[in-house]
Design a protein around this ligand. Sequence first.
Ligand code: HEM
Length: 195
Amino acid sequence: MAVWETLTESINHYTGLSPTAFFTILALMYVTYKVACGFFVAADDYAAVKKANEFILREPVQLGDVTEEELRAYDGSDPNKPLLMAIKGQIYDVSRSRMFYGPGGPYALFAGRDASRALALMSFDQNDLTGNIEGLSASELEVLQDWEYKFMEKYVKVGQLVTEKTSQSKETGNEVESSKHDGGDISHENGSQVQ
Ligand code: HEM
């Protein structure tokens, strides 16, 4: 009780306000602060940012040969799996750009896919979500080439798409010569490259 009395006397002494008025003003200031914050960060955005920050960025793991079907599992829906994306049959670990490719991200549709055609055409059309680059013009192929260079520079290549796995690649998970995806036309020697 003595503490309370000292506190109320101090409030009155320093502010000239009654304790009730003082605490009412304090509460109003808190509410105003919360409302003002709400203008800048929506609650949903805040929750999304917090969730995105919960992911631990793991070192990229080499996967070797991967089929298109297997690649789908790396679309970010499983937080324990890396986020992968392929260009011209070469698979890159894009986990560090979860804000782009993770669920809810602007480019989430590309995750777990070979997005060569969509990137070449700068298209978000579902039908262009394929590694099939047949019939593209020279300038479209150039756009795709620029994307590929960007990815080679920024991300670690962790594997390559194959139409089906050979018994050897099933055993080792490593690259074998047969049944390679036919997308690429330049060498891809950046397997161990770090950003
Ligand atoms: C209004 C049109 C667009 C705007 C304003 C826009 C804007 C941006 C911005 C600001 C970034 C971040 C760049 C960075 O920080 O490195 C980005 C990244 C990206 N954009 Fe777009 N973009 C647009 C259209 C497109 C289209 C049509 C595509 C392909 C279909 C596309 C594919 C991408 C990809 C794949 C990335 C991520 C690259 C990476 O992993 O670093 N964008 N975009």
